[in-house]
Design a protein around this ligand. Structure first.
Ligand code: SAM
Length: 212
């Protein structure tokens, strides 16, 4: 997702109390940031934030952090929050390549990847957020019993992601090749922006939940 460069997006983000600036200074101290002991869940590549905003509204006992690379996209999430801010939802603008600078051992209870960019060229496979390279990063800050949930409508990316698991030391807890017709996995499903768009076009949604 790359919105047109929106003038002033960086300034709005720099001044927003909903965005954690210099997040690397919070490594190991995220509970202090929220001021409570609630579990922390993150979405990497959040886009405009619909999924997390809805989840955070439904689950006030869980803290959420949305990570997005582009200011112009993050700005849209901030605009959503202006209508009704939520105390348990914060944002970081950064490239997930640097995620190990930001989260320490066992700081995160769950990771969400939704409709991650496919990076179709083989030589870019390491940039895919469910790649084994990223899985080994997640391994370093996800709680021992923590889980990762990944949804996409891109079959090639999904097959790739499934193929990465065992080499990286992860295993499937649950998997579906048609989320919206899988009554067990669809229970409580919160749709993302991309999920709404692609499922309305008739595309099946693939999802796995994994652990180490
Ligand atoms: N998750 C949202 C959804 O399902 O509607 C947005 C999906 S969109 C295809 C992927 C988003 O991930 C884009 O907003 C993109 O900027 C962001 N993204 C891609 N790679 C990223 C990275 N390495 N770090 C942070 N954000 C990233």
């Amino acid at each position: 997702m790359r919105l047109r460069n929106i003038k002033g997006a960086r300034d709005v983000i720099a001044e927003s109390p909903l965005v954690v600036h210099e997040p690397e200074k919070r490594k190991g101290k995220w509970k202090e940031v929220f001021g409570n002991d609630h579990p922390i869940r993150i979405e990497i590549g959040m886009g405009k934030g619909k999924f997390l905003y809805e989840l955070a509204g439904k689950n006030p006992q869980i803290n959420y952090i949305g990570i997005e690379k582009y200011s112009s996209v993050l700005l849209r999430a901030l605009q959503k929050m202006e209508v009704q801010p939520l105390e348990n939802l914060l944002f970081i603008r950064m490239d997930a390549e640097e995620i190990l600078e930001v989260f320490g051992t066992e700081e995160v209870e769950r990771i969400y990847l939704n409709f991650s960019d496919p990076w179709p060229k083989d030589r870019h496979a390491k940039r895919r957020l469910p790649s084994k390279e990223f899985l080994s990063r997640y391994d370093q800050f996800l709680q021992k019993d923590g889980m990762l949930e990944f949804k996409t409508d891109n079959r090639k990316l999904f097959d790739f992601a499934v193929g990465e698991l065992s080499a990286a030391g992860w295993e499937t807890v649950n998997i579906t090749y048609d989320l919206h017709h899988d009554s067990e996995m669809a229970e409580g499903n919160v749709m993302t922006e991309y999920e709404e768009k692609f499922s309305s076009q008739g595309n099946p949604i693939y999802k796995y939940i994994i652990k180490r």
